[in-house]
Design a protein around this ligand. Structure first.
Ligand SMILES: O=C(O)C1=C[C@@H](OP(=O)(O)O)[C@@H](O)[C@H](O)C1
Ligand SMILES: C=C(OP(=O)(O)O)C(=O)O
Length: 426
């Protein structure tokens, strides 16, 4: 792809629904009594994997033009799966569903694609086993396939070694079925969509600092959910507008939950020109973002508690840092090594190929900004966030950028190239 952009990016994008919230809407709706209607549901491959798993567990899920309707089976109404549960590329599907399956009166087997099969599952096997779950890695390597036979679970207090919403959510979902209170303490606060949404479904989840606590529940109740736009998807257009001269874009309905808004803090620290309109603070907060080209972005340090709040945006931030003056240091981000690809390695290798001054560290990257980027063949490793990030880098470099397996954007943002083109031509 080689773009010819004369006056920058202009126009508006309705940011597609949040992936994390879409997954949870289907899962909690499946366990609820009555129907759950989900508006602005993200119809990306990951969320479709969640729908397909719950369909195999006997849940009737309808897709209409504007919403997904989940006809809940109730907390004890899931059926033994009609087939192996295929979680595709989705870590969220795998880890959250495991917490539910650990308490069901049947055996389930879960598989995933080649990326998911290499991602660590001990992080859920360990705490779920402490709760009394019967969950095994079939190959004995701590990865998928997983086989889970439901059992009566016990409440635990778990000190998680990683700040991970997937681990936290898996344990909290198992905690719905436990014989006592369950709590999870994380080293830093991860996204809290499970806690917020489970409460609206009638569960009792409380939080104090980095600890989330859940009481066992008898029943959940179907809800109407309006999914805000995914800030992780908005991130690509935020970065694009900031680095392409002359740009001004409006990103509609972006979720700005404080456990997800790290990219906005980083942009502010870099000196970015971003303003907010139509702020809604009820439930999952959202806003329209107006982002303008900002010459002279400054390098910054990104570390500690902010990392979970921008974990999926680090590939895009690394590219923004290449366009900033000075050095950007990213630390405490070793989790990136166990995402769809090793995102530290893959970003450093591909940015080096484009001429960036970047080095990989044990738990992050050091980027000396200001070196012009040039075209290259980018190996996306079939990782949607890598493909989208380099599509943005391609907007503002000399020469052609070719991205392998570029259709992998379907995982989280099927309309990505269409929305990007609209901003280029408006
Ligand atoms: O809970 C979720 O919906 C997610 C949590 C994060 O993963 P971890 O919990 O593994 O950090 C994130 O990277 C992923 O895209 C979605
Ligand atoms: C890490 C991601 O998702 P998951 O863990 O659900 O595969 C992501 O979307 O960047």
């Amino acid at each position: 792809m080689e773009y010819n952009i004369k006056n920058g990016l202009h126009g508006e994008v309705n940011i597609p629904g949040d992936k994390s919230i879409s997954h949870r809407g289907v899962m909690f709706g499946a366990l609820a009594n009555g129907t759950t209607e989900i508006y602005n549901f993200l119809r990306g491959a990951d969320c479709l994997s969640t729908i397909s798993c719950f369909a195999k567990l006997g849940v009737d899920i309808e897709a209409t033009r504007d919403r997904i309707v989940v006809h809940g089976n109730g907390m004890r109404g899931l059926k033994a799966p009609s087939a192996i549960l295929d979680c595709g590329n989705s870590g969220t599907t795998t880890r959250l569903i495991s917490g539910i399956l650990a308490a069901q009166p049947f055996t389930s087997t879960m598989v995933g694609d080649s990326s998911l099969k290499s991602r660590p599952m001990k992080r859920i096997i360990t705490p779920l086993s402490m709760m009394g779950a019967n969950i095994v890695s079939v190959l004995g390597n701590g990865c998928m396939p997983l086989r889970i036979t439901g059992s009566q679970l016990h409440g635990i207090h778990y000190q998680s070694p990683v700040a991970s919403a997937q681990v936290k959510s898996s344990i909290l979902l198992a905690g719905l079925y436990a014989d006592g209170v369950t709590s999870v303490t994380e080293p830093a606060l991860s996204r809290n969509h499970t806690e917020l949404m489970l409460n609206t479904f009638g569960a009792n989840v409380t939080t104090s600092g980095t600890t989330a606590t859940i009481e066992p529940a008898e029943e959940l109740y179907g809800q109407k959910i309006n999914v805000p736009g995914d800030i992780s998807s908005a991130a690509y257009f935020i970065a694009a507008a900031l680095i392409v001269p002359g740009s001004e874009v409006v990103l509609r309905n972006v979720g700005i939950n404080h456990t997800r808004d790290g990219i906005l803090t980083v942009c502010k620290n870099m000196g970015a020109d971003i303003s907010y309109e139509n702020l809604t603070m009820k439930g999952e907060p959202s806003a329209d973002l107006i982002v303008r080209y900002t010459p002279g972005l400054k390098g910054t340090v990104i570390e500690g508690d902010i990392i979970p709040k921008l974990i999926d945006e680090i590939p895009m931030i690394a590219i923004m840092a290449c366009y900033a003056d000075g050095t950007t240091i990213i630390r405490d981000a070793a989790e990136l090594k166990v995402k769809e690809s090793n995102r530290l390695r893959v970003m450093v290798d591909n940015l080096t190929a484009m001429g960036a001054d970047i080095e990989e560290t044990d738990d992050g990257m050091i980027i000396h900004g200001g070196k012009p980027l040039h075209g290259a063949v980018i190996n996306s490793h079939n990782d949607h966030r890598v493909a989208m990030s380099f599509s943005i880098a391609a907007l503002n470099c000399e020469g052609e950028v070719t991205i392998t397996q570029k259709d992998c954007v379907n995982i989280s943002y099927p309309r990505f190239y269409i929305d990007l083109k609209k901003l280029i031509h408006e």
